[in-house]
Ligand binder design. Structure first.
Ligand SMILES: *Cc1c(COP(=O)(O)O)cnc(C)c1O
Length: 436
């Protein structure tokens, strides 16, 4: 009998996160203070981040222990299942073996709690009472709302105003988990007020919401800021995904030829791929790792590798990354989580060094792949994750042509239960390649 779900025990939840920094072929360029152009020090960052996360951001230790309190919460849904996509393989008539790691089993429905839990924990340990953050469509905001509720912290989420109005259920979810959700721009911060003076009807943007959350954290002693992707410590926390997947594939005596993940800021891609890249960088394994992005916001395949701000307003340190430019406003595609102008500095450096590949797809072909997946495997994928599905299907069809029995692993970063409006739009025939 061929197995469909490959499961691990709670005791198999990784005890350490894998830090790729010491294994990188080219060391990372440091974040710079925009005023002095000097590397930012731990002091600059301690106003908004806890010391433990600042240490993790620059650590050269290959493995970093996961605190027991964090693992205890991971137990609520981890280890997440690894599936063999038998029914998708049959539908495609491919000789390739397709596996997917499903992160939609977390209470928030995505991989984001893997880092939200860790971030909330370290902030609680260092005496913080509240976390402030921003959210677009609400996936990160709901993950942090969930995490803060586990550790009895307060949570303030600045939610892009247009999403606040158009995506009421993610907002309800955050409120259900006790977060204070504020439509941004708001008049609670100077950055918000300035924006509202210029345009009282501003629909808001992720850039403005970041500025508001950072200002909130910087002006309150008991409050820190929390970011859901891009930074090194976020990539680190997500490596539980790939470590588990490696164990699960070993159980069925497999090792992937391809690893595929969608890329917004790069965290779920890092999570699934870095533990395997460790083998590739050590010269032990040869595998192709593919980052998938939307053509509407193609930071890796269409951007430049240079220093840029993380936010629109230019408040954050400068990060060396592939970027569309911090003032770039991507078209309003349904995969809101992939509409970020930049990319993780680690993922960017690996791409510059040709350790990983990247590809971009249009929105409609991504939804076509999502429907093929939902009609064979059943799970309704998030629009973001569907980018990875599209690439996995392409690779599987390539294998069919070449009669190759390759092993493909992709990360199914989340479910699409809050994205049914996007599916409606696809079925109505009104969806375009680059916008809603
Ligand atoms: C946020 C999100 C992404 C994109 O963020 P990364 O940091 O690139 O992983 C992808 N998929 C889902 C389901 C998300 O919620």
């Amino acid at each position: 009998m061929q197995q469909t779900k490959i499961l691990l025990e709670e005791n198999d939840i990784p005890k350490k996160w894998y830090n790729i920094l010491p294994d990188m072929p080219t060391p990372l360029s440091p974040p710079l203070n925009p005023a002095t152009k000097e590397p930012v020090g731990p002091k600059d960052l301690s106003v908004i981040f806890p010391m433990e996360l600042i240490k993790q951001e620059v650590s050269q230790e290959r493995f970093i222990p996961i605190p027991d309190e964090v693992r205890d919460i991971y137990r609520l849904w981890r280890p997440s299942p690894l599936y063999r996509a038998h029914r998708l393989e049959t539908a495609l008539k491919t000789p390739a073996k397709i596996y997917y790691k499903y992160e939609g089993v977390s209470p928030a429905g995505s991989h984001k709690p893997n880092t939200a839990i860790a971030q909330a924990y370290y902030n609680m340990k260092e005496g913080m009472e509240r976390l402030a953050t921003e959210t677009g469509a609400g996936q990160w905001g709901s993950a942090l709302a969930l995490a803060t509720t586990y550790f009895d912290l307060k949570c303030t989420v600045y939610m892009v105003k247009i999403s606040y109005q158009q995506k009421p259920y993610r907002r309800s979810l955050m409120q259900l988990w006790g977060a204070d959700v504020i439509p941004s721009p708001s008049n609670l911060t100077n950055s918000g007020k300035k924006m509202l003076e210029k345009d009282p009807d501003s629909p808001g943007s992720l850039g403005i919401a970041i500025s508001e959350a950072i200002e909130d954290a910087a002006t309150h002693e008991d409050t820190h800021y929390s970011l859901g992707s891009v930074l090194n410590h976020v990539m680190l926390h997500q490596t539980v995904i790939g470590q588990e997947a490696k164990e699960q594939l070993a159980q069925v005596e497999e090792y992937p030829d391809y690893i595929i993940g969608c890329v917004g800021g790069g965290s779920n891609f890092a999570g699934i791929s870095f533990p395997f890249l460790m083998d590739k960088l050590a010269g032990k394994k040869n595998l192709k790792v593919i980052a998938v992005e939307p053509t509407a916001c193609p930071s890796l395949t269409g951007g430049e590798f240079r220093y840029d701000f993380g936010d629109t307003a230019g408040l954050t340190p400068l990060l060396k990354m592939y970027t569309m430019g911090h003032e770039y406003v991507p078209p309003a595609i349904h995969a809101g989580g992939l509409r970020y102008h930049g990319d993780s500095p680690i993922v960017s450096q690996l791409y510059a060094d040709k350790v990983i590949d990247a590809v971009a797809y249009h929105q409609t072909e991504v939804f076509e792949a999502a429907v093929t997946f939902a009609r064979s495997e059943g799970i309704v994928p998030a629009p973001e994750s569907s980018h990875a599905i599209k690439c996995a299907i392409d690779k599987a069809l390539e294998c069919k042509k070449k009669k190759e029995k390759k092993t493909i692993l992709f990360n199914l970063s989340g479910h699409g239960h809050f994205d049914m409006g996007a599916y409606d739009s696809y079925f109505s025939g009104k969806m375009s390649d680059e916008a809603e």
